[in-house]
Design a protein around this ligand. Structure first.
Ligand SMILES: [Zn+2]
Length: 88
């Protein structure tokens, strides 16, 4: 059940980082090659890496449950898998 929350947090971070990257990309061309321009370029590279890592992390924690149905149970009306703790 905690996996779902972790996936939601990673998705929220992905959304924020992606939108920040898009905003920075828009201003990138206006700054040229001065210090601010190279700072933005560094920031964009850093954001690109962070987005890639978050996508890998999401892939790891948001795996589909492939356990047999006898491993499934219910808690407070929410079906979940006893083997991987994933909400179903
Ligand atoms: Zn499972």
């Amino acid at each position: 059940m905690t996996t779902k929350k972790a996936v939601q947090i990673v998705e929220m971070l992905l959304e924020k980082k992606t939108s920040l990257k898009q905003d920075l990309s828009k201003t990138e061309n206006n700054w040229g090659n001065d210090i601010v321009g190279s700072f933005i370029q560094t920031e964009l590279t850093s954001l690109t890496n962070e987005i890639a890592w978050l996508q890998i992390l999401k892939k790891e924690i948001a795996l589909d449950c492939k356990h047999p149905t006898e491993m499934h149970d219910q808690c407070k009306g929410q079906k979940y898998c006893m083997a991987c703790n994933m909400d179903l």
